[in-house]
Design a protein around this ligand. Structure first.
Ligand code: NAD
Length: 337
């Protein structure tokens, strides 16, 4: 059994812990938290050994009636791999600790690409992570773009990608984020940093991206234009996407007009936390004009990277190939709407 440590038990970390627990070849060795908030309480309720991420604050857990198994260093030492899901920039600070205990580490999309040996998307470059000590699971947006671009490149060749990312202002629990009543070009400079991030997965890709931020919390929305190397019928592209387990094409009959109904569908389907791990592509939007492909897709920022973290664990430790790992992860989590 692969012993997995989760350092940082927030939006991403708690979801990764639950997904790891579902895997037949993995065990959650423990989770580390900085403070005894509601998430610490549920971690204990779920039976995850709780470690103190900041030694000086360990007393706070005891005062809150939460038992601590030890300092985060003990957890890192005991684990085969650590998933760092701390806020942007903290992962970089933690890197020396992982090196000290010789424990390979996964970081999240908020960290810089040059922190790690390779960036990771299971569908696109699984093998690059094998044997690496430091791997970055790319951001929710880069994950969503990579999952679409990989099959298109293989089937038709991609000349150029142009994407406009309409981004949620904050996650539902992020009360300090915004905008509350505005539409922001964000970042205002064009092209945005998102394109170069996708190039950490496909280094020979030509991609330009633009970003905006809107008063929404549920999902991001991508408007995508991919210039293919050949003229392709839209129906053929839909068939190609239908083969991809992490691409959900929303059929017209479902009458899902936006991210609100998508989340409602996930809740109705009994998904934990209403998570939508798949890219949600509006089937009717998949259109071609000459060599140009167009589509709209919804990306659930809180959860699409979760199965990617699970696959990255197997990739780093050389425990499975891409196809095998993706299949196991999909089956155990219930991916495929
Ligand atoms: P979050 O704030 O929800 O969770 C981070 C957790 O880490 C919190 O519980 C915080 O208390 C804890 N923490 C803070 N300092 C710590 C430390 N020194 N040691 C251990 N834990 C510490 O953040 P998140 O949204 O889960 O983001 C984590 C990472 O995932 C970031 O790199 C982010 O860019 C990336 N990411 C976030 C999203 C998203 O939409 N939320 C999507 C994809 C990737």
């Amino acid at each position: 059994m692969i012993q997995v440590a989760i350092n940082g038990y927030g939006t991403i970390g708690k979801r990764v812990a639950d997904a790891v627990r579902e895997q037949p070849d993995m065990e959650v060795r423990g989770v580390a938290k900085t403070r005894p908030n509601f998430e610490a309480e549920t971690a204990v309720d779920k039976g995850f050994p709780l470690y103190a991420a900041v030694e000086e604050r360990a007393d706070q857990f005891e005062e809150a009636g939460l038992e601590i198994a030890g300092p985060v260093e003990d957890l890192v030492d005991a684990a085969d791999i650590v998933v760092d899901a701390t806020p942007s920039g903290i992962g970089a600070e933690n890197k020396s600790m992982y090196e000290e205990y010789d424990t390979p580490a996964l970081y999240q999309g908020g960290e810089d690409a040059d922190l790690v040996d390779t960036s990771f998307n299971a569908r696109s470059n699984f093998e690059d992570a094998t044997g690496a000590d430091h791997v970055r699971v790319v951001s929710c947006n880069t994950t969503g773009l990579s999952r679409v671009i990989a099959p298109l490149r293989e089937a038709y060749g991609v000349e150029k990608v142009r994407a406009t990312l309409v981004r949620r202002g904050g996650d539902p629990g992020q009360t300090s984020r915004g905008p509350i009543n505005d539409i922001l070009p964000n970042p205002v400079t064009i092209p945005s940093h998102h394109g170069p991030d996708v190039e950490t997965i496909f280094d020979d890709l030509d991609i330009d991206t633009l970003g905006m931020k809107v008063p929404a919390t549920l999902m991001h929305m991508h408007s995508l234009n991919v210039t293919l190397e050949e003229e392709v019928d839209a129906a053929e592209v839909r068939d190609l996407f239908a083969e991809e387990s992490r691409l959900f094409q929303i059929p017209e009959r479902m009458d899902i007009d936006g991210s609100g109904k998508l989340k409602e569908y996930a809740l109705d389907a009994g998904r934990p936390r209403g998570d939508v791990w798949e890219n949600c592509i509006w089937e009717e939007s998949v259109s071609t004009v000459g060599n140009d492909l167009y589509l709209f897709q919804g990306i659930h920022q809180e959860s699409d990277v979760v199965p990617e973290n699970v696959d990255a664990i197997r990739a780093v430790l050389g425990e499975a190939d891409a196809e095998e790992s993706i299949q196991t992860t999909d089956e155990t989590m219930g991916i495929g709407l």
